[in-house]
Design a protein around this ligand. Structure first.
Ligand code: 7GP
Length: 824
C-alpha cells in the first residue's frame, strides 16, 4: 500500500505538475489511474511478446463501437488491488468511490452492440485468448442527454477534454489512409491485367492504445483505437499570404473523420463521413494486422492460420474488399487464391433483423471515394452470381425455371438497383466470410428462415448461433459488491472466473437466513441508488417500493410505450379507487433516443409528462412513482441494475436480436417480466420459465396475426382500460395546454398499423404485472426466486460466448502458462 501511495504522489507532482498538498480530487484520480496503468504496462508488454514467441493465432475484433464505461474500479479489481487502493486513498484523504466519480465514461458506442464488444474484450483477456479490439477513438462519444421540459436535449460529450490517463497515444506510428483518386490498369509479366489505385487524398491514422486486463492472470490485451491526423500541418502558401485560417483548414477537415460517433442506433444513416470513418478504421487496422503478420511470415496463404478477423455487424465489412485489394494489387496474388484467404479469415456477426438497420452504400459514392474497392465488389458479385447459377442448376433446385433464377439472383446480389443503385453490405459480409452468426437462438433461426434464407440454402453450413453473454467481472463483482461478498462468503470467489459455479447457490435458496442476507444486499443497493437520485435529481425514493426498471435505447420495438400504458392504467385504477391491493412501486425509465428519431423522442417526452402528473398527484404518489433517469450510460447501469427488482424485457417477439441487459439484471437477482424474445427465451429455459413473468404473443403467432390482418382498433374498442389510457394520452391530460402533443404516438398505434403489436399484448402484460405485484407481497418466495434466477445464469457469461467463438469460429486456443495470482 505504501508503494501505491508513493506512486500516486509522484504522479501528482511529476506527471500532472501539481502540488500534492493541494488536494484536488481530479489530480488524485488521474494520478491513481496512472499508477494503475504503470502496473498494467509490464504485463501488456509481456503478453504481446508471448504471442510472437508462441506463434499464437490472433483474433482481431473489428467494431465501430465500444462502450467500456469507466476503467478505474474494474482495473483495480482485475489487478486484485481494490482494497489496497481504497486504504491508500483514504490515507491520502480521499474516498475511492468519490475519486472514481471523476472519470468520464468512455461512451464510444450507442448501445448493445458496443457494450457486447467491451464484454468480449474483457473475456478474451480473462480467458487468455490472444485478441485485439480495433475501433475509432472518437473525440466526441455518444451525446450527453439532458431532459429539459420533459424533452431530450443532446449535448456534446467532450470526454477527451480532461485527458484520458488510460490511453497511450502513439504519434510515431502513423498509417496512411487514402481516399478518392483513380485506378490505372497495367499488364504483368504473365500478361495478366493488374490494377493500381493512386489516391487523391491522404489522411493519417494514429493508434491510441487502451489496456484491457484479464481477471487475476497477468494477461493484458489491447484495444487499439484510431484517431485521424492530417498529413499537412500548415499550407505554407496560405500562411505566407497571411491567410492563417486557410492554412489550417485542410488539417481541420482531415481530422474531422474521427471527431464524432454517429448517434443513430439501428437506423441506417447513409452519410459520406460515416463511410469515410468505416474505411479509415478498416484500412489502418488491416495494415496493422499485416505488418504484424509479415514480421514472421512471407507466404500470404498462411494468413488464415495466423489471423482471425471478426466483423462486428457490417460496419467494418469494407475490410473484405480492402484485404482483396492488398492481396491482388500489392501482393499480386491470383483472384482465387486471394479470395480463399479472405473467406477463411473473416467471420461476421449480425446484430439485428430490423430491415431499416441493414446497411447499404450508394454505388456512386463508393465509385468516387473508393474506386478500386467498387471494382472489386463488382467482380466479387459477378463471380458469386455465376456460382449461384451453377448451384441452382445443379442441385435440387434443378427444376428452377429461369424466372425464379433471375429473382434469386436479384435477391442475393451484392447490388440492389432500387431506390438507388447501392451495395448491400450484409451480402458482402456473408459472401466474404466463412461464418455468419446470430446472437441468440431465436435470432439465428430468423436469420436462417427469413432474412438470409437464400444464403442459408446456398451455404447451409455458414449461419450459426452464438448466444451473447456479459462479463461477471464488471456486471456482478465490481458493480454489486454487497451481493458479491455475500455469494463469495458461501461459495468462494471462483464464480467470477467460472460463472457456472453460481449453481452452488441453489440449495441456499431454501435457507431463510441466506434469503434474509440476500434481501439485505438488495436493500443496501436500493439505498445507494436512493442517495444517488437524491443527489442528482433531488428526489426522494421509497426503498420499500418495488423497483421496476426499463433501461435501454428508446425504440418502438423495445416498447417503452407498453410499459407507459401500464403506468397510466395503474394510475387510473388508483385514482378511481379500484386498486386497494396495489403493490407500491417505482417505475424507472432510462435511455437515449437517436437525435433524428422523432417517435422515440416523443416517447421520452410522454414518459416525462406522465411522470410529472403521477408524481404530483397526492392521491396516488405514495403508491406509484415514475422516474426518468437522464443520460443512461454504462456507469449508470452499474448503479441501477444491482438495485433493480423487476427487469422489463418487453420487446415485440422476434425483434430483439438478443438483449444483454436482460442478463445483467437476472445475474443481480432481478426477476424478469418479458416476452418470448431474444436471449430472454434461453434465460427462461435455463432458469425455469415459471421463475420469470413471461407474457405476450410469440413470434410465429404475430406472423399469423399479421397475415390474417391485425386490427389495433379492435383492441381499442374492446378494452375499456386501454381506451381510457390512450384517450388520456391523446388529450391534454398529461400535457396541459398542449393538446395533441402525444397524438402522434396514439395515432401510430391506432391508425399507423401498430407495427410492434403494443395493443395486442397490452392485456396480457397487465395480467403479468398483476402477478408481479402479488408475488412481491410474499417476500420469502420472491427472494427464493431471485436467488434461483442468479444461480442459473452461468451460461450467460461472455466467457462462455467467447470460448465458443474461439473454438467454433476462430480456431484459436488460450495462451498456455498464464500465471494466476494477483498482479500488483
Ligand atoms: C443490438 C441488439 O439490438 C441487441 O438485441 C443485442 O443484444 C446487441 O446488439 C448485441 O448483440 N444491436 C445493436 O446495438 C445495433 O446497433 C444494428 O444493431 C447494427
Amino acid at each position: 500500500m505504501e508503494g501505491l501511495k508513493k506512486d500516486v504522489i509522484r504522479h501528482v507532482v511529476s506527471s500532472l505538475g501539481s502540488d500534492y498538498a493541494s488536494k484536488s480530487a481530479y489530480n488524485y484520480y488521474n494520478a491513481l489511474a496512472l499508477a494503475v496503468r504503470d502496473r498494467l504496462i509490464d504485463n501488456w508488454i509481456k503478453t504481446q511478446r508471448s504471442y510472437y514467441d508462441e506463434k499464437a493465432k490472433r483474433v482481431y475484433y473489428l467494431s465501430l463501437e465500444y462502450l467500456p464505461g469507466k476503467s478505474l474500479m474494474n482495473n483495480l479489481h482485475c489487478l486484485g488491488i481494490y482494497e489496497t487502493a481504497r486504504k491508500a486513498m483514504s490515507d491520502l484523504g480521499f474516498s475511492l468511490e468519490d475519486l472514481a466519480e471523476q472519470e468520464w465514461d468512455a461512451g464510444l458506442g450507442n448501445g448493445g452492440l458496443g457494450r457486447l464488444a467491451s464484454c468480449f474484450l474483457d473475456s478474451m483477456a480473462t480467458l487468455g485468448i490472444p485478441g485485439y479490439g480495433y475501433g475509432i477513438r472518437y473525440d466526441y462519444g455518444i451525446f450527453h442527454q439532458v431532459i429539459e421540459d420533459g424533452k431530450q436535449v443532446e449535448q456534446a460529450d467532450n470526454w477527451m477534454r480532461v485527458g484520458n490517463p488510460w490511453a497511450y497515444e502513439r504519434g510515431q506510428h502513423l498509417f496512411p489512409v487514402r481516399f478518392f483518386g483513380e485506378v490505372k490498369n497495367w499488364t504483368d509479366e504473365y500478361g495478366r491485367l493488374r490494377h493500381t489505385w493512386t489516391a487523391g487524398d491522404t489522411v493519417l491514422a494514429m493508434p491510441c492504445d487502451m489496456l484491457v486486463p484479464g481477471w487475476d492472470n497477468h494477461h493484458v490485451i489491447n484495444m487499439r483505437l484510431w484517431s485521424a491526423r492530417s498529413d499537412v500541418e500548415f499550407d505554407l502558401d496560405f500562411f505566407n499570404t497571411g491567410n492563417y485560417l486557410g492554412a489550417v483548414e485542410e488539417k481541420i477537415f482531415d481530422e474531422k473523420i474521427s471527431k464524432v460517433l454517429y448517434p443513430s442506433d439501428q437506423i441506417e444513416e447513409g452519410r459520406e463521413l460515416r463511410l469515410k470513418q468505416q474505411y479509415f478504421f478498416v484500412t489502418a487496422t488491416i495494415q496493422d494486422i499485416l505488418r504484424r503478420f509479415r514480421k514472421k511470415h512471407q507466404d500470404m496463404t498462411e494468413l488464415p492460420q495466423s489471423v482471425a478477423i471478426q466483423l462486428n455487424d457490417t460496419h467494418p465489412a469494407i475490410a473484405i474488399a480492402e484485404l482483396m485489394r492488398i492481396l491482388l494489387d500489392e501482393d499480386l496474388l491470383d483472384w482465387e487464391v486471394a479470395w480463399d484467404i479472405c473467406v477463411s479469415t473473416f467471420a461476421y456477426t449480425n446484430h439485428t433483423i430490423l430491415p431499416e438497420a441493414l446497411e447499404t452504400w450508394p454505388v456512386s459514392l463508393l465509385e468516387r471515394m473508393l474506386p478500386r474497392h467498387m471494382q472489386i465488389i463488382y467482380e466479387i458479385n459477378a463471380r458469386f452470381l455465376r456460382e449461384v447459377e451453377r448451384v441452382a442448376r445443379s442441385e435440387d433446385c434443378g427444376q428452377l425455371c429461369h424466372r425464379d433464377l433471375d429473382h434469386l439472383k436479384q435477391r442475393v446480389s451484392l447490388i440492389q438497383e432500387r431506390p438507388i443503385k447501392s451495395v448491400r453490405m450484409a451480402h458482402l459480409a456473408i459472401i466474404g466470410s466463412h461464418s455468419v452468426n446470430g446472437v441468440a437462438a431465436l435470432h439465428t433461426e430468423l436469420l436462417k428462415a427469413r432474412v438470409f434464407d437464400d444464403f442459408q440454402r446456398l451455404y447451409p453450413q455458414k449461419i450459426n448461433n452464438k448466444t451473447n453473454g456479459v462479463t461477471p467481472r464488471r456486471w456482478l463483482w465490481s458493480a454489486n459488491q454487497p451481493l458479491s461478498r455475500l455469494i463469495a462468503s458461501h461459495i468462494g470467489t471462483g464464480f467470477v472466473r467460472n460463472l457456472d459455479e453460481l449453481t452452488q447457490l441453489e440449495p441456499l435458496a431454501a435457507d431463510p437466513a441466506f434469503r434474509e442476507a440476500w434481501r439485505a444486499a438488495k436493500l443496501e443497493n436500493k439505498q445507494r441508488l436512493q442517495a444517488y437520485i437524491k443527489r442528482k435529481l433531488m428526489r426522494e425514493l421509497h426503498t420499500e417500493h418495488l423497483f421496476d426498471v426499463h433501461i435501454k435505447r428508446i425504440h418502438e420495438y423495445k416498447r417503452q410505450v407498453l410499459n407507459l400504458l401500464h403506468v397510466v392504467t395503474a394510475y387510473n385504477r388508483l385514482r378511481h379507487g379500484q386498486a386497494a391491493d396495489f403493490t407500491p412501486r417505482t417505475v424507472f425509465f432510462g435511455g437515449k433516443a437517436a437525435p433524428s428519431y422523432f417517435m422515440a423522442k416523443r416517447i421520452i417526452h410522454a414518459i416525462n409528462a406522465v411522470a410529472a402528473t403521477v408524481n404530483a398527484d397526492s392521491r396516488v404518489n405514495d403508491k406509484l412513482q415514475v422516474v426518468y433517469l437522464p443520460n443512461y450510460c454504462v456507469s449508470q447501469a452499474e448503479r441501477v441494475i444491482p438495485a433493480t427488482e423487476l427487469s422489463e424485457q418487453i420487446s415485440t417477439a422476434g425483434m430483439e436480436a438478443s438483449g444483454t441487459g436482460n442478463m445483467k439484471f437476472a445475474l443481480n437477482g432481478a426477476l424478469t417480466i418479458g416476452t418470448w424474445d431474444g436471449a430472454t427465451i434461453e434465460m427462461a429455459q435455463a432458469i425455469g420459465p415459471e421463475l420469470l413473468f413471461i407474457f405476450g404473443m410469440r413470434e410465429d403467432e404475430l406472423v399469423s396475426l399479421r397475415q390474417h390482418g391485425y386490427n389495433p382498433m379492435l383492441y381499442y374498442h374492446g378494452d375499456e382500460e386501454l381506451r381510457e389510457a390512450l384517450d388520456m394520452l391523446r388529450s391534454d391530460a398529461f400535457s396541459p395546454g398542449q393538446h395533441g402533443l402525444f397524438a402522434p404516438l396514439v395515432d401510430n398505434l391506432l391508425h399507423g398499423g401498430d407495427r410492434f403489436f403494443v395493443l395486442a399484448d397490452y392485456r396480457q402484460y397487465l395480467g403479468a404485472q398483476q402477478d408481479v405485484g402479488r408475488l412481491y407481497l410474499d417476500q420469502e418466495e420472491w427472494t427464493r426466486r431471485s436467488i434461483l434466477n442468479a444461480a442459473r445464469m452461468g451460461f450467460f457469461s461472455s466467457d462462455r460466448a467467447i470460448s465458443q467463438y474461439a473454438r467454433e469460429i476462430w480456431d484459436v486456443a488460450p495462451m498456455a502458462g498464464l500465471q494466476n495470482g494477483k498482479g500488483a
